[in-house]
Design a protein around this ligand. Structure first.
Ligand code: AMP
Length: 411
């Protein structure tokens, strides 16, 4: 019986694991210098955690959540995003008594979207969140962190930063009313999918990738005409500081982000190398979210990046580790071989044990694996308590004590 992976899921192995780990290590380094604390939360949560905060009419809640009843009829959802679980965890564990709180997390998310290149039903995300400040410095710090991380990870790739402001809660509700009116007037010219959103979530029509909607969207009311003076000042400040810090960006007035909880600064880092799934990192402010989740009334700002999309842009990684193959020429030297392997591994030297007990087969296998050295144990080596160290690239070999082999290989 052959069981295939579930549609939209994928396994990571070989190069993909090397790339995943490179991203993870880099993120851990950045979190350290930017002083963020890691948080690891469960993969599933109560469904109510997501329903209201993400918006009852958002695509994620309506179509994409993996929700099920467990045996005692509790409604459980596999987390579709990490911001709400991280805030839930901060509230549950009383982490919000010293503010601001800077948290980051790396882990799997689940969305039942239509699978395509760069879009999966289980994928991995990096999340950075700052809770407890209205200061635009937090928005800037997060944008700069993302910008520096992307430049370090993908130095040769062209990645563009787009920013916008969604104003305050008042801005968005007034903007939604104006948009509804405008789209209602132009309903016939919109795609079916967008027509369905006019009453429930008109702001999401601006995000449509359907070319039918492009013209209507271009002429739609602009959110900047609905800012309060405070929201406007905030947005201008963000732009000024980014310019002064030489961070390139463009303003995209139609950038609204997918989830309902955003306000003020929103941003996306995009690439033109991945086709339609082109957003690498997206984020913004969510000032009412912590209160909505039952916590204190504190603001927040953060971003999420997709690890699979980043991996797709990375060049292959060469492992720098020397590979060393242990060759035991006869099963009767097995125990001697295991002891030698143990000594080498205790000296932090990696050893591949192949259980073949046959010089010819083992050498062929060592070559197949691209090993640099072989340590060979035959009759003579066993009797004299030594080993042969063979450099497989240079095809030279020498008999040595295990202590000398450790010295040579540790260089
Ligand atoms: P979002 O929470 O939708 O803003 O997503 C944040 C980032 O996660 C996106 O910019 C993508 O890089 C990544 N992402 C979102 N959905 C998927 C998916 N279905 N498959 C792979 N990556 C995704």
């Amino acid at each position: 019986m052959k069981i295939n992976p579930v549609r939209g899921t994928h396994d990571l192995y070989g190069q993909q694991v090397l790339k995943y780990k490179t991203i993870q290590d880099l993120i851990n380094d950045y979190s350290n210098v930017y002083n963020f604390e890691e948080i690891i939360t469960p993969i599933f949560e109560s469904t109510e955690l997501f329903k209201k905060p993400l918006g009852e009419n958002s695509d994620v809640v309506l179509k994409e959540m993996y929700t099920f009843k467990d045996k005692n009829e509790d409604s459980i959802t596999l987390r579709p995003e990490y911001t709400t679980p991280m805030i839930r965890a901060a509230i549950s564990n009383n982490l919000l008594n010293k503010l601001p709180k800077k948290l980051y997390g790396i882990g799997q998310m689940f969305r039942r979207e239509r699978p395509q290149k760069g879009r999966y039903r289980q994928f991995n995300q990096i999340n950075f969140e700052i809770l407890g400040t209205h200061d635009v410095s937090a928005d800037i710090e997060l944008i700069i962190l993302a910008n520096n991380f992307l430049k370090k990870l993908l130095p040769t790739k062209k990645i563009d930063l787009f920013i916008n402001s969604l104003g305050d809660k008042n801005t968005l509700s007034r903007f939604n009313i104006a948009l509804k009116k405008y789209f209602e007037k132009n309903k016939e010219k919109l795609s079916k999918d967008s027509q369905n959103k006019i009453n429930t979530n008109p702001v999401r029509i601006l995000d449509s990738k359907d070319p039918i909607d492009t013209e209507i969207n271009t002429k739609a009311p602009k959110i900047c005409d609905f800012y309060s003076s405070e929201a406007n000042e905030k947005f201008i400040k963000v732009q000024e500081i980014l310019k002064n810090m030489s961070v390139d960006f463009s303003i995209n007035p139609n950038l609204v982000r997918g989830l309902d909880y955003y306000c003020h600064t929103v941003f996306e880092f995009k690439t033109s190398d991945l086709g339609s799934q082109d957003t690498l990192i997206g984020g913004g402010r969510y000032d009412g979210l912590t209160k909505l989740l039952g916590g204190p009334d504190i603001p927040g700002v953060g971003w999420a990046g997709g690890i699979e999309r980043l991996m797709m842009l990375m060049d292959d990684i060469k492992s720098l580790e020397k590979k060393i193959h242990l060759i035991i020429n006869n099963e009767s030297f097995r125990e001697y071989g295991l002891k030698i392997a143990n000594q080498l591994r205790n000296a932090d030297i990696n050893i591949y044990f192949d259980y073949k007990y046959n010089l010819k087969k083992s050498l062929a296998y060592a070559n197949q694996l691209g090993s640099e050295y072989a340590i060979i144990i035959g009759d003579e080596e066993f009797q004299n308590n030594i080993c042969t160290l063979k450099n497989l690239n240079k095809n030279v070999q020498e008999k040595k004590s295990i202590e000398n082999i450790i010295k040579d290989l540790s260089k």
